[in-house]
Write a protein that binds this ligand. Structure first.
Ligand code: OXD
Ligand code: MN
Length: 593
């Protein structure tokens, strides 16, 4: 398929180590994909679902011990430990290569090594970066065919160049004790072993498009961020784009595919999805920041996805989708998950492959769930009913606003605007989420997750913040930076803001601010809306007073947060830019004034 000596030499070297029986090149054709689906079904690796209800859809179950990303076993292997920073796990490259080589040795005996040439973003576009993933898993091949752009055209675009990301994945024994997800940013290399779970093995996603890409972005003057991208279309046909970063499980996919409230729909407003998880951002010739979604599909969490929370996501999964770790409904050979509807199947197999008794389901006891709480759908972006017409535009879309967010019961107001790019980068650096009752462990524990990138920055966090500050100086017409919190609760712990489609009302304020069309109050934390400027028309049970309550800045809880931020900055270490400390000191002084 290629004469590229860098590619061929590397594959030879990896094959000598892993000893596959066969090497198969993935060409991106439907005929080859179909043959692989049939093979995976013949071995039980996948189950073909009801083709009338769910055309071209399949079910896969991972090993019971292998259901999520493993941050504790994720390493950044730079030659100097300081370059990986205090927030990442670090291993010396030689040590890591030696350790993992032992695990890879002979691991593909009796198996096939698949060679997947893929592109993150459109092949040949200014944003595109190429990778090759070697894997012994058909499930990985079929997921990569959805999540990235795969095929011979990638090899053609690469030509004789050695500039590609070398990814090696082997399932080995799916041994938790020897599971490693390792990144060598100085060598453009990713090694993943002993897992079969998407986030650890679809190497184009978190490993390449965030960890390696963030490292490359710093070197080359662009940004790789954990952000959704959406477009708001106005009745006059103009569309404005927003990028938003929320920690995992804070509703990025729901916001990205938002359906506007009825009133807005009737008035001709539309929301278009460009991406739900990752944005690559570059400064355009026009001095604005431009964003592409480097992915080609959605790897979304299934539980909680339903016709109310996210109908667009649900429609997207109705064909050409791989479901992982959901319930198998044997009555009609389809799938189900908690929160899909109120009719759990009575003749069903759970995510572990056991007969599932839905009558024993207890919301508070996760072990009774039929679908794993982190069960997933891998679905083609092209099947999303609200996919933006700009999804395949190689130039990307111009960004008007960047929105940070977290899950905070009290501290953060519904929305506020930073006062400058530097202040906005500071707002990103102090992002945090509180654990909910739904998660194991204590409730209300604050986890700081700067820019939602804590698990995904491929280098030192302080250097990453410095890169954010530097980018601000390179974008003459920079987006405005905001922070939202959909999750404020009353004294009984109930959410005050309705969320979902009504989040559009907050996006409208954000865009009005970007256009300079609405005034705001300056507070110690930044600009906060006049309560009357958040549109509540047609919203049941929400009054201007409710909005006023949602917008209050509680100085006490902010001052308590300052201590936690100081601890976190100390943990990030001595590369935290002085400008961030200056912002923090100024915030504290304003709160105390
Ligand atoms: C994801 C995550 O899977 O952020 O997107 O964990
Ligand atoms: Mn994510």
């Amino acid at each position: 398929m290629t004469q590229n000596k860098y590619v061929l030499n590397w594959i030879n070297e990896m094959a000598e180590m892993t000893c596959p029986d066969k090497i198969v090149w993935i060409d991106g054709t439907e005929a080859q994909a179909e043959a692989l689906r049939a093979e995976a079904c013949s071995t039980g690796e996948m189950i073909k679902l009801n083709q009338e209800l769910l055309p071209n859809c399949y079910l896969h179950r991972t090993a019971v011990n292998d259901v999520a990303r493993v941050e504790g076993r994720t390493f950044i292997c730079t030659s100097k430990k300081e370059d990986a920073g205090n927030i990442n796990n670090w291993m010396a490259p030689e040590e890591c290569y030696a350790k993992l080589s032992k695990l890879y040795k002979g691991s593909m005996k009796g198996r096939t090594m698949y060679v997947i040439p893929y592109s993150m973003s459109i092949v040949g576009s200014p944003f595109a970066k190429y990778g090759i993933e070697l894997t012994d898993s058909i499930y990985v091949v079929l997921n990569m065919l959805i999540m990235t752009r795969v095929g011979t055209n990638v090899l053609e675009a690469l030509g004789e160049s050695g500039d590609f990301i070398k990814g090696l994945h082997a399932r080995a024994d799916i041994d938790e004790e020897n599971r490693y997800i390792c990144h060598f940013p100085e060598d453009n290399t990713i090694w993943s072993v002993n897992s079969g779970y998407g986030g650890n093995v679809l190497l184009g996603k978190k490993c390449f498009a965030l960890r390696i890409a963030s490292y490359l972005g710093r070197k080359e003057g662009w940004m790789a961020e954990h952000m959704l991208i959406l477009g708001v279309e106005y009745p006059n046909g103009e569309t404005k784009y927003i990028c938003a970063a929320f920690p995992s499980a804070c509703g990025k996919t729901n916001l990205a595919m938002l359906i506007p409230p009825e009133l807005y729909r009737n008035n001709g407003y539309k929301v278009w999805c460009v991406g739900d998880d990752i944005a690559w951002l570059r400064v355009g010739e026009d001095g604005r920041l431009w964003a592409v979604n480097p992915e080609n599909g959605f790897f979304g969490v299934a539980p909680g996805t339903n016709l109310n929370s996210n109908p667009n996501a649900l429609y997207t999964t109705m064909k050409d989708t791989i479901f992982t770790n959901v319930v198998h409904n044997l009555d009609n050979n389809s799938v189900w998950w908690e929160g899909l509807d109120k009719n759990p199947p009575t003749n069903a197999i759970d995510w572990k492959g056991n007969v599932w008794d839905c009558t024993k389901y207890d919301k508070k006891d996760k072990s009774t769930c039929g679908a794993h709480p982190n069960s997933r759908f891998t679905a083609l972006a092209a099947n999303c009913p609200c996919l933006s017409s700009e999804f395949n535009n190689p130039k990307g879309v111009p960004v008007s606003a960047i929105v940070f967010g977290g899950r905070r019961a009290k501290t953060a107001p519904l929305v506020y605007q930073s006062t400058s790019w530097q202040n906005g980068a500071f707002v990103g650096s102090i992002m945090a989420s509180e654990t909910t009752a739904a998660a194991a462990g204590a409730v209300g524990v604050v986890r700081r997750d700067p820019m939602a990138m804590r698990p995904f920055v491929g280098y030192d966090m302080g250097d990453y913040w410095a890169h954010w500050l530097k980018m601000g100086t390179l974008i003459p017409n920079a987006p405005k930076i905001f922070h939202v919190n959909w999750f404020r609760t009353d004294d009984e712990g109930n959410f005050i803001w309705p969320g979902f489609g009504d989040n559009m009302r907050v996006l409208m304020w954000i865009l009005a601010r970007c256009e300079g069309k609405v005034e705001a109050d300056i507070t110690p934390i930044g600009y906060v809306p006049h309560a009357e400027d958040i549109d509540i028309e047609g919203l049941d049970g929400v009054t201007v007073d409710t909005i006023r309550e949602l917008l209050t800045v509680d100085k006490e809880s902010w001052l308590a947060d300052i201590d936690n931020i100081k601890e976190f900055y100390a943990q990030v270490g001595d590369r935290v830019p002085q400008a961030m400390y200056d912002e923090l000191a100024a915030l504290e002084a304003r709160l105390k004034a």
